[in-house]
Unconditional design. Sequence first.
Length: 256
Amino acid sequence: MADASVERFYDRLAADYHLVYHDWDASMSRQSASLHAVIGARLGTGSASVLDCSCGIGTQAVGLSRLGHRVTGTDLSRAAVARAVDEAAARAVRLPAAVADMRRLPFPDARFDAVLSADNSLPHLLTGTDVLAALTGMRRVLRGGGLLMISTRPYDEILRSRPRTTAPQLSETADGQAFTFQVWDWHDDGERYDLRLFRLLPRDEGWHVEVGRTTYWALTQRQLTDFVLEAGFEAPRWHTPDSSGFFQPLLTALAP
Ligand SMILES: C[S@@+](CC[C@H](N)C(=O)[O-])C[C@H]1O[C@@H](n2cnc3c(N)ncnc32)[C@H](O)[C@@H]1O
């Protein structure tokens, strides 16, 4: 089952997830500062109640909590959620968190001021039905006028060349340098791809290699905007990394 493999992929990755960044702490600070500015511009300054419905190990959720927002984190991966809670505690911030599928959010209607799904999490959903189920649920748990924020890889650009690999990411560990990189195998439909994530970890005099596999749907900005409108959101707007400071294109929209 597709979602079982997503869960397994992230459960196995949780302990090493920070290695996909050169400096996870610095990325966490940068990403949350940009999202904080977007929240402030759309909802006004002050503390917002935010649901990060694909929080992973807490890259955005912990950072936003540190900036004074009341963040709840949910994610499909139990191991990632457990690490997010630990990372928050290590930084003395509160992060209530739970395992939940973004297609079935376990919260009452109108519970949050903002809902976030960052760093290419939504494209793990591989059908229009699933994407719409997730977005409709996000709208349901937002208060009227609440803010949706979704970031994805720049798929409009990526679909022009359908790359097969990503550049290696180097990070320093206590045992030496580690490298991560991805290999992408495009499906015949030209829209979906299987991703293999290679982790080369320093071990004794050589390397220990871990490989995980998952699938993504390279949704264009037009496709995602159409789904957001179909789910009942208003005023969709794409923010470029230059304009938002966030490292990926960021879609915002408002609950009616
Ligand atoms: C690329 S990671 C990003 C995590 C986090 N936002 C970050 O930047 O560190 C994608 C995340 O989406 C989560 N995810 C994928 N499908 C999901 C679903 N249906 N419901 C909830 N979370 C999901 C994965 O478990 C994973 O933690």
